[in-house]
Write a protein that binds this ligand. Structure first.
Ligand SMILES: Nc1nc2c(ncn2[C@@H]2O[C@H](COP(=O)(O)OP(=O)(O)O)[C@@H](O)[C@H]2O)c(=O)[nH]1
Ligand SMILES: [Mg+2]
Length: 463
């Protein structure tokens, strides 16, 4: 996954200050040195590294932070905010025209233009109720037109093309007329790329821009090419009016340099990221969420999105209320497990929970253990499920439940431990309102203590 190495290094750097009640200037300096190194290793532009390192230093050394409450959490917030800023600050929305939305994609050969064109068609059909038309303007490579047609067929999106002998500017003009006549309210223009930037390519795209008057002029960049991608972007941005970038191949092991430098070197915001070869592998780019992921804070918002797709809000509120009010019981625990099951792989989901990522490294979340938990809870009496204290207090009850479910008492004890851990975690989260969480993300950082212990499952969340 993208950013893996940067993430582990930055988390290490930040850990220098976590959990400390007091911070000295030396602590901050040590952390900053490591942050600078990790960013440079991730191929982030040198000027960007210098600028942000200076900013983090200034903000982190602010008197109110070092003398204030929880200095380490505040320092982590400073790092997170600056990382978010490097990634572009606030999200750049993708708005469509009420009438006809016109998107032009440009970029070097192989950057992912044709694939992204198809992805965007699919995205607009799904999220903006558009009836898209793909337009083949790469007239230099016959294979490029075929590629677009194959993708279009899969998506059931028509492709407008006039072969390889017509000037792309004329094709663009005709495509606009065609769309008008056939009820297409979104056009995506797939243009030709070269292996290197050259004047004739820029001139051609300029002419297409003039004809199309695009709603969005996106530069498509391959995240894997790091600093090169940023240089290409700068050159394009110097000659064309770009509204944003689509950063592709985020699913690869990109070090992250392009994503972290683009905004500041080329002043181009990243609007979308490509996360795979399939036409559905396109995601909106949320700088803050990515910064949180890099710092191992989990991706609470993505989790919330996922949960809300699968669980009604009433269910969710009800559960949260129970958890924070101390009325949470085995029945609720069981219900929640079923929800998690409905949402898909627990492993993937757990990674989105703050702190869980770290714990998972040493824990094996075995989905088959879910069945074991189910059996254990089902063997409890109604009363026991409602009042977890009964089971905890009585060895007799524990033996009976374990026996009835065909599991061991150790299995049941593990279940009780994870139930308790969850209660504690939720209490911590529940005592903060969401805005406080945003103010103070450090509070959600993994607690180091959890990793201690011996043996196979040491310290992890056990099921
Ligand atoms: N893994 C991955 N591959 C991608 C992504 N976007 C494009 N590709 C692949 O990159 C290669 C070049 O893409 P293409 O769309 O033909 O680039 P173009 O020359 O700019 O039109 C193809 O093999 C694509 O499948 C992405 O987000 N992730
Ligand atoms: Mg192409």
């Amino acid at each position: 996954m993208a950013f893996d190495s940067l993430a582990s290094k930055l988390q290490m750097a930040v850990r220098r200050v976590t959990g400390k009640g007091r911070l000295s200037e030396k602590d901050i300096e040590g952390m900053l040195r490591e942050i600078r190194l990790s960013l440079l290793e991730a191929d982030v532009n040198l000027n960007v590294v210098k600028h942000f390192s200076a900013k983090i230093k200034e903000e982190a050394l602010g008197a109110h932070i070092l003398k204030g409450l929880n200095p380490s959490q505040q320092v982590i917030k400073v790092v997170k905010d600056n990382l978010t800023e490097m990634l572009g600050g606030s999200e750049t929305p993708f708005v469509t025209d009420t009438k006809t939305t016109r998107v032009i994609l440009s970029g070097l050969q192989g950057s992912g233009k044709t694939t992204s064109a198809a992805k965007l068609a699919s995205f607009m059909a799904k999220h903006h109720a558009k009836t898209p038309l793909l337009v083949a303007l790469d007239v230099y490579r016959p294979a490029a037109i075929d590629q677009l047609k194959t993708l279009g067929e899969d998506l059931n999106v028509p492709v407008y093309e006039e072969g390889t002998d017509v000037d792309p500017v004329i094709i663009a003009k005709n495509a606009l007329k065609y769309a008008d006549k056939h009820g297409h309210d979104a056009l995506i223009f797939d243009t030709a790329g070269r292996l290197h930037i050259d004047e004739s390519m820029i001139d051609e795209i300029k002419a297409i821009h003039q004809t199309v008057n695009p709603t969005h002029a996106f530069l498509v960049l391959d995240a894997m090419t790091g600093q090169d991608a940023v240089n290409v972007a700068k050159h394009f941005a110097d000659h064309l009016t770009l509204t944003g970038a689509v950063l592709t191949k985020f699913d690869g092991d990109t070090r992250g340099g392009a994503a972290l430098s683009l905004r500041h070197v080329a002043a181009v915001p990243i609007v979308f990221m490509g996360v795979g070869e399939k036409t559905s592998d396109l995601e909106k780019f949320y700088p803050e969420r990515i910064a949180e992921r890099i710092l191992g804070m989990g991706d609470v918002l993505t989790l919330v999105d996922k949960v809300s797709e699968n669980v009604s809000e009433a269910d969710m509120m009800n559960m949260m209320e129970k958890m924070t009010s101390g009325h949470y019981n085995f029945d609720d625990f069981y219900k929640q497990l079923k929800m998690i099951k409905r949402m898909g792989s627990i492993g993937g989901l757990m990674k989105l929970i703050p702190g869980m990522n770290k714990m998972l490294n040493s824990a094996n979340v075995d989905e088959s253990r879910l069945a074991s938990i189910e059996a254990l809870i089902q063997s409890m009496t109604k009363k026991e499920r409602k009042d977890p204290g009964l089971i905890k207090k009585s060895a007799n009850r524990r033996r009976r439940v374990a026996h009835g479910s065909g599991r061991s008492v150790a299995d049941l004890n593990r279940l009780i431990t994870s139930f308790d851990q969850q209660m504690q975690m939720v209490k911590r989260m529940g005592s903060m309102d969401p805005s406080a969480m945003a103010q103070n993300p450090g509070a959600m950082m993994p607690k180091q203590k959890v990793k201690k212990g011996k043996g196979k499952n040491r310290g992890g969340f056990r099921f």
